[in-house]
Design a protein around this ligand. Sequence first.
Ligand code: SIN
Ligand code: FE2
Length: 217
Amino acid sequence: MTTDLFACFPEARASREEMAEGAVLLRSFIGDSEAGLLAALRDIVAQAPFRRMFTPGGHQMSVAMTNCGSAGWVTDRSGYRYDPEDPETGKPWPAMPPLFRELADRAAQSGGFSGFEPDVCLINRYVPGAKMSLHQDKDELDFGAPIVSVSLGLPAIFMFGGLKRADKPRRFRLEHGDVAVWGGPSRLFFHGVAPLAEGSHPAMGPQRLNLTFRKIR
Ligand code: SIN
Ligand code: FE2
């Protein structure tokens, strides 16, 4: 006789792929949160519009960004930082919607990290051609908490490397609704996104949005 381990947990059946030790890809994880997520995103962007920031080296990023939560990740000529205010508006970033927090916590839990309490959600907007070079997420104080990353819209190739910049990244296709979680031994792995291919997503149009949840304090 075989036992269906997942009979009581249909969510656990949604396909999952191990990217590395401590890193999983949860396919179609957003499920029926989609409509709520999109509505909340529209609200956030109305208060804190997407903008293309400048790196400390003076390059304008191809990815446009905004944030919600008690602080937001920003970059300008003076460096990278988490700022409690949106430098464009001088106002606090929009609050993190409870739905965001819940989804991030559920995903972290499925990735093996319990009690995730994100205080920041960086929202990235990619149009065809936009990319994100290999980098580590290391501006947070506490590397004990994982990173949870939700993909919406056009598919992207996510590159997931190792602790050294030179480690050859593996490539994963991230589609609308997929959630990636990395923490523990892979918390500081280099990662990035290859230039977005042309296309138009039925629900989102010619763009990809990515929500990256972090615990920064
Ligand atoms: C990031 O590393 O902040 C973005 C990752 C992604 O867009 O999937
Ligand atoms: Fe990142």
